[in-house]
Structures are given as structure tokens and as C-alpha cells.
Design a protein around this ligand. Sequence first.
Ligand code: URA
Length: 407
Amino acid sequence: MSPEQIDWVIDAYTRGIVADEQMSALAMAILLNGMNRAEIARWTAAMIASGERMNFDSLSRPTADKHSTGGVGDKITLPLAPLVAACGAAVPQLSGRGLGHTGGTLDKLESIPGWRALLSNEEMLNVLDTTGAVICAAGDGLAPADKKLYALRDVTGTVEAIPLIASSIMSKKIAEGTGSLVLDVKVGSGAFMKNIEDARELASTMVALGTDSGVKTIALLTDMSTPLGLTAGNALEVRESVEVLAGGGPADVVELTIALAQEMLTAAGIKDADPAKALADGSAMDVWRRMISAQGGDPDAALPVAREQHVVTASASGVLTRLDAYAVGVGAWRLGAGRARKEDPVQAGAGIELHAKPGDTVTAGQPLMTLHTDTPEKFDYALASLEGCYDVAPAGTAFTANPIVLD
Ligand code: URA
């Protein structure tokens, strides 16, 4: 496509002149045929130009943002944003909602009583300035072409196209005005990119888009073959995030949070910060509490708990060698943690709590996971997705876990 054709179609689609049917045909053509780098760059620029651009020049601290391409149990933004703020950067974190089997940061935080995702640009800047971090929804004025196109792609089987994912994510991040950006590109069954070659292509496309727009952009490829941490589901993941901020929490969540924090601080030009110390000494927790309160939430309120639980037990004794992220994500989604259509509500308490992770020794009959829901008629539907989702090898079998950061 010529630059003029791209500018025209994005503008005409945003203004309702090009119909959804026409745009979905173009999205499918892009999914099938790909786009070259020049087309992707122009497409991204046109989506940025469809709306307003934010500006954080008035802040005294350097800005650093992070974006994950989506996974199961991926609650990292929750401890990460206050942690990086506690280490000296300003973190403007525009986040999304879950769709399909992947969770969304805003859905998770909305399980905290009173917390508000929708802020005006002024409110966003104010929370960022006073607490050092803000996690909120992108306003209507930011990349409106992406809002329309993403909703259309979601219902036309055109989400998983590298040019469309890269331009969707980067248009929002560049329009947001962050000085630096760390991308957490997930690889594995629970991610959009199932193999490392595709993930690397997505990562390098996004890094090039950011760099060419003057945003210092770095990408990590990280493992999403098994869920992150021990929980998948909104309130369950908030509880686990608070454990991390209190200096505890599962080792994989802590490791990835610290690795991403270090990248963000380096990208923001902040030297000599110690994210592990900021988790241990409570300074990240202090920012979390201020950030949640500034958005109307009560950091001390009890989190919602689902009305019904069902325990899945291990079928054999030995070493757990596989626990599939996609199956657990679909299970949590079916229990009510996610939505099937954009306008559906989510259940705050629904989801899956894991009692073992790959590498752990298990005994036949011991609890392997607990399913939580307010709608127990969904248990069978969720259990169907969990069929065959784990392997147990004889005791003593050597097992090496994938590293969290693959590259
Ligand atoms: N996240 C986005 O914002 N856009 C995509 O296309 C995929 C993930």
C-alpha cells in the first residue's frame, strides 16, 4: 500500500466512511499477506495521527512504561509500576482489559473496592505526579483508530497478525508520550506468539517502531508456556501482587518483576537503583498504597472471594513436568474471570489457584489446583478445558524449567 492509501484508509475508517466489512477484509488481507516495515511504520503513524498525543514534559522524573503482549497469570504490571516509581522513574501505565484467555490489568485492579480505571488526562497526570505511577485506561482521544480496529479484529479472527499487533501496541505507547518503553513479549501456549521466531519478529518490529519515533524501546522475550505465579483470575492476582509488594510471592513473579524493573530503570537513565531492595524495604508497597488510594481504591479493603470452589487433585505421584498456560487461561476465563464479548462483566473472585508448578513433586490425590467461581454450573465447562493440561513423570525424573527470560 502506498503511504497515501494507508493515511486515507485509517482516517476514513476512524470517521466511519470506510465500513467495518471493508476494513475487516483489509485486516484479513494483512493477516494473510503481511506488511513490509515501511507499511507498518506508516500504518502506526496514521493510527497515532487519528487522535491526540499526551505529553509528560512537565514531570521532573524520566518516564518509563512497560507493555506485555498478554499471558496467563500475568499480573506483573501491578507490582512493577509502583516498584519502578519507588526507584525514581515516573510510570504512566495505560493498560487494557482481558479478552479471551488472557487477563487484563484493568479487570484485575477493578476487583479492589472503589478503584477507578477511567481518569481524565488531567487526573492521570496528577496521580502520576503525586505518586510516581498511574495505571489507567487509555482515554477515548488516544489512538481512536486502534480502538475501533482492535474491536473489529477481535471478532473477525484477525488479532494474531504481527503487523496489526505491533502497530496496535506501538500507536498507543507512542501517542501516550512515554520517554522509554520495555516490551514483555510472551512466548508459548498461553501467548499470542506460540514460537520464539514469531515472538522475535514481533519484538523487533515493535522495537524499530519505537526507536524510529524517539522512544527508547527494549524487548524481552519471556516464557508463557506455564502460568506466571500461582494464580489466574482478577482478585486472586491482586492478592498475589500484594504478596510480592510485601516482599514475598512466587519466585517467578518476583524474578520477572525485578528483571523488567531493571530494564525500565536503565532505559530511563536511572543508575544505582536496587529494585530488590525496594520490594524488601516496603518502599514499593508505599507507592502502591498511594496509587490505589489516589484512584479511589481502598488498599486495605478485603478482596472479593468467589462463592464456590472446586479442587482438582493430582492423578499420579511423581514430578509435575508440564502445566499448560493456555488450558489454565481458558479454564479461568470460563469460570468467569474473562469475558466472551467486550461488553460482558467479569467476576472479581473467579479464577484458578495453583498448588504446584512444573518441577514440584506431587502425590496422587493431593490438590493440584482450586477453581473459583460465583457460577458453579461453569465448573464442568472449565474442567473440560483443563483435560490433559498437566503431565506427571515418575519420581526422580530430571526436570529443567524454562528460564523466565528467554532472550
Ligand atoms: N495488545 C494490543 O494492544 N493490541 C494487539 O493487537 C494485541 C495486544
